[in-house]
Design a protein around this ligand. Structure first.
Ligand code: GLA
Length: 392
């Protein structure tokens, strides 16, 4: 039991007057390659990280939900009973917006026709917020597990991921794909996963031996990310329509070239589509590199991915580009790229084990000379997906 579970158990008892029955956790994720491909029915290659959201809970006999956030130092109370009408109201106070992820999960379960009991929950987490490591998905997936558990229900991990995504799409209002929630719900300890976002099939793959995954947070928070993200998604959907397919997954580089000759795409649409089509190919190739243990080739694909995200998909920023450039110049680094939606947040690099600690300290000092931001470096192994936790 680590200090977080002890703190959580103590806070639960202090706030709600009795012991929690159960605790669950859901991890954040880092995407190694395959960015902005999920909502194009394409491929991603994520792994869960050793940072997560923990929720301790106890079911109630009424329909009240009480949620204590240790991070936000905030208690939110709402009702999930039928007398509340069809929609649970969103939080009006900015300081309580975190609770909308929880309300959204309850709302989606009600829309599934479930008659929910109430629950007392205390939550804590160490996934850095708004940094591209899926703190929201971790919160949603952990909440789904707690709400279902408190109601004596079990759903498959895939169904939990889909419901959590729906909560984010329809309640919180971000048009994200399935990458984050599926990673958090279904990750496999010690493995990365090729994710086919059309079939939702996950194929685990070992990480290269002697290589570390190093995450570096630029400290830049993703302002205006939702509108820019939704705009990119709309551009991809318009591109697919112009090319006569349902999703860009179904377009080849040759097909894109023909469409360009025929003048079917304007210059911006062409750049967006080029990234997605190339990135899908790179992700499948990167998976093959993992299965054959070719870390060098994997690193090169990461570098190409970053270049396209910067130049063609235009979701990078100065801080991410600087972090990647510094990383690439350091000894032992095989590849580096932005990870997640972009516009700030984190990079991910593959680094030879013997260089990892020098890499982390050199990266931090070189980056701090360029940007006065609260940067951080995290080393992580591939963690397991969401599930129960022993509270002791
Ligand atoms: C965010 C979204 C994901 C995915 C990535 C970009 O993390 O939540 O669905 O689109 O951006 O790959």
């Amino acid at each position: 039991m680590d200090h977080r579970t002890i703190e959580l158990r103590t806070a639960f008892k202090q706030s709600f007057g009795s012991d929690a029955q159960v605790a669950v956790r859901a991890p954040g994720r880092v995407n190694l390659i395959g960015e902005h491909t999920d909502y194009n029915d394409g491929f991603c290659l994520p792994m869960a990280i050793e940072r997560d959201v923990l929720i301790a809970y106890r079911s109630r006999s009424d329909t009240t939900v009480r949620v204590l956030s240790l991070q936000q130092k905030n208690l939110e109370i709402f009702d999930v009973g039928p007398s509340e009408g069809n929609r649970i109201h969103k939080s009006s106070q900015v300081s309580a917006r975190w609770a909308d992820y929880i309300k959204g999960c309850a709302q989606v379960l009600r829309e599934e026709g479930l008659k929910l009991h109430g629950v007392d929950m205390a939550l804590t987490g160490d996934v850095p917020l708004g940094s591209g490591l899926s703190s929201s998905a971790a919160l949603e997936v952990a909440t789904m597990l707690a709400l279902l558990g408190a109601n004596g229900l079990t759903f498959s991990a895939e169904k939990i991921a889909k419901l959590a995504q729906r909560a984010e799409n329809t309640y919180v209002g971000t048009q994200c794909g399935i990458l984050d929630q599926l990673s958090s719900a279904c990750a496999v300890h010690g493995q990365a996963m090729l994710m086919d976002c059309r079939t939702l099939a996950l194929t685990p793959a070992p990480l290269p031996k002697g290589i570390s995954v190093v995450i570096a947070d630029t400290g830049k928070r993703r302002g205006l990310v939702d509108s820019a993200y939704n705009e990119r998604r709309a551009q991809c959907e318009a591109g697919a329509r112009a090319l006569g397919v349902s999703h860009l997954r179904d377009v080849s580089m040759a097909g894109l070239w023909q469409a360009r000759q025929a003048g079917k795409l304007d210059a911006v649409a062409l750049k967006r589509c080029e990234h997605v089509v190339a990135e899908n190919g790179r992700t499948v190739a990167a998976f093959a590199c993992l299965t054959s243990g070719n870390a060098e080739a994997f690193g090169q694909l990461m570098d190409q991915s970053h270049a396209d995200l910067r130049d063609k998909f235009e979701v990078s920023c100065r801080e991410l580009d600087d972090m990647v450039a510094i990383s690439r110049a350091l000894p032992g680094c095989l590849g580096s790229r932005m990870t997640g939606a972009g516009f700030g947040g984190c990079t991910v690099s593959l680094v030879k084990d013997e260089h990892t600690s020098a890499f982390a300290s050199s990266l931090a000092s070189a980056y701090k000379k360029l940007h006065d931001l609260p940067m951080a470096v995290y080393l992580t192994c591939a963690a397991a997906g969401a599930g129960p936790v022993v509270l002791g």
